[in-house]
Design a protein around this ligand. Structure first.
Ligand code: NAD
Length: 361
């Protein structure tokens, strides 16, 4: 392998990984000298948030359990009002990217320190990236203010993650690693992490599908998801993430499932212009057509295979193609509206990634 010139910036923050790690929450709060914290979760994860609050005792100043997908700004406003009223000094987010996204949105506005306890494979905990939705438009920005100070990975908390959310979330994680391989600012370390992350998840997800309580497979998946999050935090993403953000913000489609549907199509679009990424993906997927191999992998995990199933209306495709091609961003293959529209049409219908795209030169 030849090594090209690169820039790498290591991100600050502490990671504790293991089983029973949630019990270290009080000592983490003490280490960060936080005495009044707001516990954040989605409504479905209230019980776990309550557990975190019990562990923290009087350091838990209050709870906000209405976090929502795609970080709507009106939810952030409501949480901020509660937090200010409670006079908090920091946040504890427990759950997936929705809970962590809200915590990051609060940190962006206040610079409050954050302890995050991820229970899905979304990877938001490891990134200085904040995506927020206002009036149907999701916008993303990078800021060191939103990077959590402390991540507690407790594999025990992931065992009850419903198996189909686990599969979709795993593909969401893999998308970060896959796009990192052809990112304009990829570097040897993110390439290594992406390779290891993809291999780990390719092995772990089928094991979780057949036994969701397999702790070893759960630990592998969580480790892989952390590596994927590190890729996302370190390098810029391209077409695939742009499409997911656009569709998520405009049509409220479920984030992880949308990633799972679109990733093979986005790879089919891009890989002919990204030979190094193609080689790495071929190696980890053990197939000379990685986009197709990934589609079959997703099917074997029983994931939804069409945007139609996820609730996207057919007549939204043109608007989606317009939104996704409106602003320019780095991507290995030039962004061509008609080709993107064709790709979205196939993804909407649940067709295979196009052979025409696979041989695009
Ligand atoms: P999510 O956080 O909405 O979680 C999905 C569902 O699973 C929720 O209903 C939640 O209550 C439930 N759940 C979570 N963990 C569980 C567990 N262990 N057991 C049982 N139920 C559990 O979804 P997500 O896919 O994790 O996150 C999606 C959001 O994260 C999107 O808004 C996306 O934009 C954002 N995100 C941001 C970044 C970033 O770097 N900024 C990265 C990835 C994702």
């Amino acid at each position: 392998m030849s090594v090209h010139a690169f820039r790498y910036e290591s991100l600050p923050g502490q990671v504790l990984f293991g089983s029973g790690t949630l019990n270290q929450l009080p000592s983490e709060a003490a280490r960060l000298q936080l005495n009044r914290m707001l516990i954040i979760s989605t409504p479905g994860h209230r019980e776990t948030a309550q557990r975190a609050a019990s562990l923290l005792g009087k350091v838990a100043a209050g709870m906000f359990t209405d976090a929502a997908m795609h970080t709507p700004t009106e939810v952030t406003d409501a949480a901020l009002a509660v937090a200010v009223d409670l006079n908090v000094e920091g946040t504890v987010a427990i759950g997936g990217g929705s809970a962590i996204g809200l915590s990051k949105a609060l940190a962006f506005r206040t610079d409050w320190p954050q302890i995050v306890i991820p229970t899905t494979y979304a990877g938001s905990e490891a990134t200085p990236v904040l995506g927020e939705t206002s009036q149907g438009i999701k916008q993303t920005q990078r800021s060191s203010r939103v990077l959590p100070e402390s991540i507690l990975y407790d594999v025990d908390l992931t065992v009850r993650l419903p198996v189909m959310i686990s599969m979709a979330s795993g593909l969401n994680a893999m998308a970060h690693a896959a796009e990192a391989l052809y990112s304009a600012d990829r570097n040897p370390l993110t390439n290594l992490m992406a390779d290891a992350a993809l291999s780990t998840l390719i092995q772990a997800l089928p094991r979780i599908l057949s036994n969701p309580r397999d702790l070893e497979a759960r630990a592998s998946a969580l480790y892989g998801a952390w590596l994927c999050g590190c890729c996302l935090g370190n390098v810029g993403m391209a077409l695939h993430h742009k499409l997911c953000h656009t569709l998520g913000g405009a049509f409220g489609l479920p984030h992880a499932q949308m990633h799972a549907v679109l990733l093979p199509h986005a790879l089919a679009y891009n890989l002919s212009c990204a030979p190094d990424a193609r080689e790495s993906l071929s190696r980890v997927l053990k197939h000379k057509e990685p986009a197709m191999a990934l589609e079959h992998f997703a099917r074997s995990l029983q994931l939804p295979r069409s945007l139609r199933e996820l609730g996207m209306p057919r007549d939204a495709i043109d608007r989606a193609a317009d939104l996704a091609t409106r602003n320019s961003y780095p991507n290995p293959r030039p962004i061509e509206r008609e080709a993107i529209r064709g790709m979205l049409l196939r993804a909407w219908a649940g067709d295979l990634p196009s052979a025409a795209e696979l041989v695009h030169a």
